[in-house]
Design a protein around this ligand. Structure first.
Ligand code: COA
Length: 157
């Protein structure tokens, strides 16, 4: 277990292959169409979730409240590590795919995931944890210590 929060009633742990279906269902909530784009195939997803020390580490928030369904996952996020040669080979990390099940929103599940993601990035030696979000979530992430780091640019390929 990486973290626990009494307020949100979740325990944070690394995802494992058997979380594939639940994580896939949660990721679909990130897409306005309700379907991940492109849909991850189960084998790729299971392999990605198994590689906790690889470039992408996925965390899950498991419902730890009394009477909760055993193994029920209420939220997830991923931390992606990129080595920076200009930083002596240290990694910069990026927080991706933060999502909470609709029924569990507003009780601090994502907040607990964000804190665990920061701890995970620090544990693996990253010097910063970046994220991109929609403007309406800037204030939210600001509560956890993220600050404006300039504009983000993208070249779609
Ligand atoms: C954003 C999201 C992850 C928050 O999850 P959560 O577990 O409900 O978050 P918490 O309980 O820790 O915090 C809830 C806070 O988020 C704020 N919030 C959530 N969604 C918001 C939105 N769309 N616009 C503005 N604020 C939002 C709430 O107002 C609340 O603020 P408060 O703490 O000041 O009361 C969740 O709403 C979600 O999964 N949304 C769809 C996917 C998404 O947008 N992911 C973010 C990608 S960067």
């Amino acid at each position: 277990m990486l973290a626990a929060s009494e307020k949100s009633g979740v325990k944070i742990r690394h995802a494992v292959a058997s979380d594939t279906r639940q994580v896939t269902d949660l990721l679909e909530l990130l897409s306005p169409s309700g379907k991940s784009d492109p849909s991850p195939d189960a084998v790729t997803m299971a392999a990605a979730l198994s590689g906790r020390e690889g470039n992408t580490t996925t965390l899950v928030a498991e419902d730890a409240r009394e009477g909760a369904t055993r193994g029920q996952i209420l939220g997830t996020c991923s931390v992606v590590f990129m080595q920076r040669l200009a930083r002596g080979g240290c990694a910069i990390a990026r927080l991706e795919d933060v999502v909470t099940a609709k029924a569990a929103r507003g009780r601090g599940v994502a907040a607990t995931l964000c804190e665990a993601a920061k701890a995970e990035a620090a544990r693996r030696g990253a010097y910063a944890l970046d994220l991109r979000c929609v403007p309406k979530l800037v204030k939210y992430y600001g509560k956890f210590g993220w600050t404006d780091a300039g504009c983000a640019m993208r070249c779609n390929l």
